[in-house]
Write a protein that binds this ligand. Structure first.
Ligand code: PLP
Ligand code: COI
Length: 341
């Protein structure tokens, strides 16, 4: 194995083309056998359903090099399950869950030279996705679909890595009460683009979206769920039907309870109680846990006692335990780690 000549320690969260990708096509009501290919370009009709009506869904997970030099992926079965849920909601065929895990494993293996070495802080981000590819002009689902997996080596999602960020309460909504907020559809991200550009232009790293119906409850950001730590060290995460069920968040809640012995609570979190929390973090595959130091609500600042210099102590423990499990330093719960061989 010859690792690529990449400055692993200075990667940002950007796209770097790797050598191989996986593709499988759905046509005449069935998926073909799928294959690893080299061509990164996709040719399709000008009227492809994905281009006209945004029929596209995706997933995100990471491959890690462990302390003892193995390549592993984290809970890919949950990504397979979530993509299947996204497919059903978007009138797309389900890519069989066992084949999903196999396709991800094959793609990571084919790009093993791009998996960042242990200790560099970088990882290989894996992006499975599916889209409607045949021409559609009346509003209806496609008949033909393509499922693909590509990989790209990445560094931290937020500039500055583990440094606390400042976010704003968005005036835009991300998801409607009975909409698509709980699945991973491209359309949820399309509608967040204006909001994130607006936030960045105002100097904020991210948006906190509120529930669209009452605008009193915390939902999530454009790409991560929230975790809060109370002053008596309880881990609280917002409960809502219109947020993405983050695999990182579900894993962290388990880690908090079972590894760290903390009390955990999934419940509605109100905007007006934010000032009562001791720590706040964003969690997701890309974000890992990114600490939030300050939330700005139309000029009113909510500053967490953990400050703007470093992660709060409980967030740090959660971070260390989760990344310890992912990098093979801490024993993982049964079934969480799949070794790529
Ligand atoms: N919420 C949104 C909107 C996301 O895009 C993501 C990223 O996948 C998450 C939360 C975190 O989910 P996960 O931990 O499964 O990556
Ligand atoms: C992920 O964390 O995998 C995501 O898809 C988030 C995205 C905003 C990069």
């Amino acid at each position: 194995m010859a690792k690529k000549n990449i400055d692993w320690g200075n990667l940002s969260f950007g796209y770097i083309k790797t050598d191989k990708r996986y593709v499988s096509n759905y046509s005449d009501g069935k998926w073909d056998d799928g294959a690893i290919i080299e061509d990164d370009m996709i040719t399709m009709s000008e009227c492809a359903c994905v281009l006209q009506y945004a029929q596209t869904i995706f997933e995100g997970l990471k491959a890690y090099t462990t302390e003892d030099g193995r390549i592993v992926i984290f809970r890919p079965d949950l990504n397979a399950e979530r993509l299947a849920n996204s497919s059903r909601r978007m009138e797309m065929p389900v890519f069989p869950e066992d084949r999903f895990v196999d396709a991800v494993a094959q793609t990571v293996k084919a790009n093993a030279d791009y998996v960042p070495p242990y200790g560099t802080g970088a990882t290989l981000y894996v992006r499975p996705y599916m889209f409607g590819i045949n021409p559609v002009i009346g509003v209806k689902p496609a008949d033909d679909f393509q499922f693909r997996v590509f990989t790209t080596p990445v560094g931290p999602y937020f500039k500055g890595g583990a440094k606390p960020i400042t976010i704003k309460i968005s005036d835009f909504d991300r998801a409607a009460p009975h909409g698509t907020g709980n699945i991973k559809a491209g359309l949820n991200y399309a509608m967040s683009l204006h909001a994130i550009v607006t936030a960045h232009n105002e100097g904020f790293a991210e948006n906190m979206y509120l529930d669209a119906q009452t605008r009193t409850k915390v939902e999530e950001t454009g790409g991560a769920n929230f975790l809060f730590i109370t002053k008596d060290n309880k881990v609280v995460t917002p409960k809502s039907n219109s947020i993405l069920p983050s695999i990182t968040r579900r894993s962290l809640m388990y880690v908090a309870k079972e590894y760290l012995g903390l009390e955990v609570e999934e419940r509605e979190v109100y905007l007006e109680e934010l000032g009562d929390f001791a720590e706040c973090g964003l969690c997701g595959t890309a974000a890992v846990i990114s600490p939030v130091g300050k939330i700005v609500d139309h000029g009113k600042e909510i500053c967490f006692p953990s400050g703007m210099e470093k992660m709060g102590p409980t967030t740090q423990k959660l971070y260390d335990t989760l990344t310890g499990i992912q990098m093979g330093r801490i024993e993982a719960p049964e079934g969480w780690i799949k070794v790529i061989e």
